[in-house]
Design a binder for this molecule. Structure first.
Ligand SMILES: Nc1nc2c(c(=O)[nH]1)N[C@H]1C(S)=C(S)[C@@H](COP(=O)(O)OP(=O)(O)OC[C@H]3O[C@@H](n4cnc5c(=O)[nH]c(N)nc54)[C@H](O)[C@@H]3O)O[C@H]1N2
Ligand SMILES: Nc1nc2c(c(=O)[nH]1)N[C@H]1C(S)=C(S)[C@@H](COP(=O)(O)OP(=O)(O)OC[C@H]3O[C@@H](n4cnc5c(=O)[nH]c(N)nc54)[C@H](O)[C@@H]3O)O[C@H]1N2
Ligand SMILES: [Mo]
Length: 770
């Protein structure tokens, strides 16, 4: 088989490993977490290199952890350890001394590599030099940087229109590199800038921009310490934002209550053993969730409405003491329409639709009714649904009823994923840029940026299929594995004339490529970035809008790595040549010059170079945090929204399937095969099911099955999974991402945000057929 027709092998596993299942944990973190982290660091870096770097992680003069966007404490950072197990694993992955270059690729053909698992592919080490796959070639071969830029320039300049190229961004790229990147892409002439946000929190950005006038959250870390109730929906912080547990512990100590809303009983929501306290070291845990609502997949809308309905009943009983009527009166619109709609619902039916006993929903309402300092946190369990945008607007409704917005100890807390995904958007990585931003670019640089909106991630894939996009350039990420409908996306990638990936590690997107392909190796966050003998700093924005500097500490594994910023500057010079009006050499000479110009274009960055050097960084302006709502349609006021309940008609043998991250992965980078907290060891191809469903369907725990579905007359299947009985609501199942992305049809997207509905797909099961 030649690799042009070959399917991505992850979808065609040859066999299974030796799965071991143990009892799920009832707490997260603790000393085993520290042990697990250190083991990875030693294995990959041999010790001192990694451990030394670990001490610099998230310190005020160190580098920003690339694992998630949870903020660092403003003041009281631990002097030795402001990292978590998974941050340490992310570092081990980056800091590894293993590297691959010409010799490795001469021995391993693209087809050979494609047969390996995602974990094997990622473990080969850092990419050490630029690599090129010629047309018809089966092995990547070394190419000089200049040679690589020349190839890209030839392709880009040979297109009929700049809109035949698309430029993806994953969320690790610094503010400086992001700004330069979008500047280049817009001067080149397109807004085709899909990004990982499109697959992640886009529903949040759309919903909040419309509802509160800003597509970001409103709380700061300190709000967690003066709040009464924290609701955590569709988020698994014990794995994906472990440092959030420290904040939750502190919140509990200050008297706050926690309500968890999740189909799975996640260890990190139940309790926390803090390895940085004596109590934690001794194995004592802090209880986190006071109430755990095990909602059905996508039952959140019904659950929120049920809570609102009960609160409304109290409001009527107590004669207007439950809702914040002053806030509603002064700061909101459409309250009456909202109430009129709410009155139509029956609370028993809502409870049924949510899959949560009414008594428990009553408890939630009781916890909320006399409180107004409420924070709602959410992540992928809410956003990656067909009604993701509507669900977030329903969260806003709840918060508005209680006046829990625009004051201390209260507000909206979308918890972002990638460490600089929020900063990327602030830096204008966006397929739908605002007119005002483009005007500013024009004013500062003097060229006319394109105004027509570009393609987002899903639309890029479709355009590649239709050969409307012929060149795909990715600043990081693993587009093939992260997006939906893997087979369809693979076909799309193979129709490209050229695919280019700026990467740190090898991944499947390098192996399912265009006619020609390039891999450009870049510095990671923890690597030292030196220009003309001077150490450079970059900056990132965390989930709470704090911009902070990050300075790499490690000697790069190869002299041939180039920073993302320099890659952009060099590429821009080559592609745009005499056409450019931008002084790329200046920006390539020192990042201070980049920050100077960001300051001129993007609001909130006044005195950027000075402020970025303040230990701990600075907060960007956040009007809704202070009760100012710059909404388009109803200036100064937030809208209540009326949304419908989702409907999920299901055949008797159909199940809802959500996709989750294991404790041993970062998105498509698989660190290992241990999902310790859920008791899954040594295999990822499992499907979590309720034991009643297993019996009813005539299966047994341990059975091997194939998963399939039929959307629009096309059967999609994911083969060879092991059934694991798990505490999950009936008719709900869960599998690990990205293995089941093959099952997500390209057209199954969230309304308004176009995010793939990776948290709910209908599936059926049949015994595995070899
Ligand atoms: N270690 C590590 N850290 C990471 C990442 C990683 O892969 N590894 N990824 C980063 C990125 S990019 C992101 S976006 C975040 C992701 O962080 P999360 O959003 O926490 O990640 P997921 O595993 O996708 O899981 C979401 C949770 O939603 C629940 N869930 C699923 N469906 C539903 C539903 O319908 N309703 C409700 N209420 N809950 C549901 C699942 O049980 C799971 O607990 O983490 C970031 N941090
Ligand atoms: N089924 C399902 N699908 C999902 C999700 C889900 O929950 N379920 N989650 C979605 C979400 S939330 C997201 S954010 C996307 C993630 O989508 P992506 O961001 O595209 O994917 P990652 O796996 O984070 O990308 C990993 C690759 O990035 C490169 N890399 C790492 N660090 C750097 C760096 O500093 N610079 C550069 N240039 N490259 C670097 C490495 O080569 C590595 O192989 O996946 C989405 N897909
Ligand atoms: Mo994400």
């Amino acid at each position: 088989m030649s690799e042009r027709t070959e399917l991505p092998s992850a979808e065609n596993p040859e066999g299974l490993l030796d799965l071991k299942v143990t009892e799920p944990y009832k707490w997260a973190a603790g000393m085993t977490a520290v042990g697990a982290a250190m083991a990875d660091i030693f294995e990959e870096t041999g010790g001192p290199r990694g451990v030394g770097a670990l001490f610099k992680m998230n310190q005020k003069q160190g580098f920003d952890c690339s694992s998630c966007a949870w903020p660092d404490p403003d003041d009281d950072r631990s002097p030795v350890a402001e990292y978590c197990e998974n941050g340490a694993k992310a570092l081990a992955e980056e800091a590894t001394l293993k590297k691959i270059g010409g010799e490795f690729f001469a021995k391993n053909s693209v087809a050979d590599l494609a047969h390996q698992t995602d974990m094997e592919i990622g473990k080969h080490g850092r990419i050490a030099e630029p690599m090129y796959l010629p047309k018809g070639g089966t092995y990547y071969q070394p190419i000089s940087w200049d040679g690589a830029f020349t190839k890209i320039a030839e392709h880009l300049n040979g297109l009929d229109s700049p809109n035949e190229a698309a430029f993806y961004t994953s969320g690790r790229t610094s503010n400086e590199a992001s700004f330069l990147y979008q500047l280049f892409v817009r001067e080149y002439g397109t807004n085709n800038m899909p990004d990982c946000s499109n697959l992640c929190h886009e529903s949040t950005s759309v919903a909040l921009a419309e509802a509160i006038g800003m597509g970001k959250g409103t709380v700061t870390l300190n709000d967690f310490y003066e709040t009464d109730v924290i609701i955590i929906m569709g988020q698994n912080p014990g794995t994906n934002h472990p440092r959030m547990l420290t904040a939750l512990e502190k919140a509990k100590k200050s008297g706050s209550k926690i309500i968890a809303i999740n189909p799975l009983k996640e260890a990190g929501l139940i309790a926390f053993k803090n390895p940085q306290t004596t109590k934690g070291v001794l194995g004592m845990s802090t209880k986190l969730a006071d109430l755990y609502l095990q909602v059905k997949i996508n039952g959140d809308m019904a659950l929120l409405k049920a809570i609102e309905k009960l609160l409304y009943d109290y409001e009527k009983e107590t004669l207007l003491e439950i809702f914040d009527s002053t806030f509603i009166e002064n700061k909101t619109v459409f309250y009456d329409q909202f109430i009129e709609d709410l009155e139509k619902y029956d609370v028993n039916e809502l409870a049924e639709a949510a899959g949560v006993p009414l008594g428990q929903i009553q408890e939630a309402a009781d916890m909320l009714k006399h409180k107004s300092r409420i924070i709602v946190c959410w992540a992928m369990g809410i956003t990656q649904h067909k009604n993701g945008v509507a669900q977030i607007k329903e969260i806003v409704n709840l918060v508005l009823l209680k006046g829990a917005l625009g004051k201390p100890g209260a507000g909206l807390c979308p918890v972002r994923g990638h460490s600089n995904v929020q900063g990327n958007r602030t830096m204008m990585i966006y397929d739908k840029p605002y007119e005002k931003q483009l005007d500013k670019l024009k004013e500062v640089f003097g060229f006319e940026p394109p105004r027509e909106h570009g393609y987002d991630a899903v639309d890029t894939i479709k355009a590649m299929h239709q050969r409307k996009v012929k060149v795909f350039f990715a600043m990081g990420g693993n587009f093939l594995s992260a997006t939906s409908d893997t087979m369809y996306t693979a076909e799309a990638m193979r129709k490209l004339k050229l695919s280019v990936h700026v990467s740190t590690k090898l991944n499947r997107s390098h192996l399912v490529h265009g006619e020609e392909a390039l891999i450009l190796p870049t510095l990671a966050r923890s690597d030292k970035d030196v220009i003309n003998g001077e150490m450079q700093i970059v900056s990132c924005e965390n989930s709470m809008g704090v911009v902070q500097q990050s300075k790499g500490v490690l000697q790069p594994v190869s002299d041939h790595l180039m920073s993302e910023s320099l890659i952009v500057c060099n590429l821009a010079k080559k592609v745009l040549a005499d056409r450019t009006v931008v002084n790329w050499d200046l920006y390539a000479s020192h990042y201070d010059h980049v920050r100077d110009v960001i300051e001129k274009v993007i609001p909130g960055f006044e005195e950027y170079n000075k402020k970025v050097r303040i230990p701990g960084g600075f907060y960007l302006p956040n009007a809704p945090r202070h009760g100012d709502f710059e909404t388009d349609e109803t200036p100064g006021k937030v809208q209540f929204t009326v949304s419908k309940l989702p409907e999920h008609p299901m055949a008797a043998d159909e199940y809802m399937m959500t996709s989750i991250r294991s404790h041993d992965q970062f998105n498509t980078t698989i660190y290992g095969l241990e999902d310790r907290y859920r008791g899954i060891h040594n295999e990822r191809r499992v499907i979590f099911m309720n034991h009643k469903d297993i019996e009813k369907a005539g299966f047994k725990t341990g059975d091997k099955v194939d998963l399939y579905n039929n959307y629009g007359g096309i059967e999609r299947s994911a083969r060879l999974f092991v059934i694991v009985a798990y505490d999950i609501p009936e008719r709900c199942t869960a599998t690990y991402y990205p293995e089941t992305n093959v099952l997500v049809p390209i057209d199954s997207v969230a309304e308004k945000s176009n995010t793939p509905t990776t948290k709910l797909i209908m599936i059926k099961l049949r015994p595995h057929q070899a």
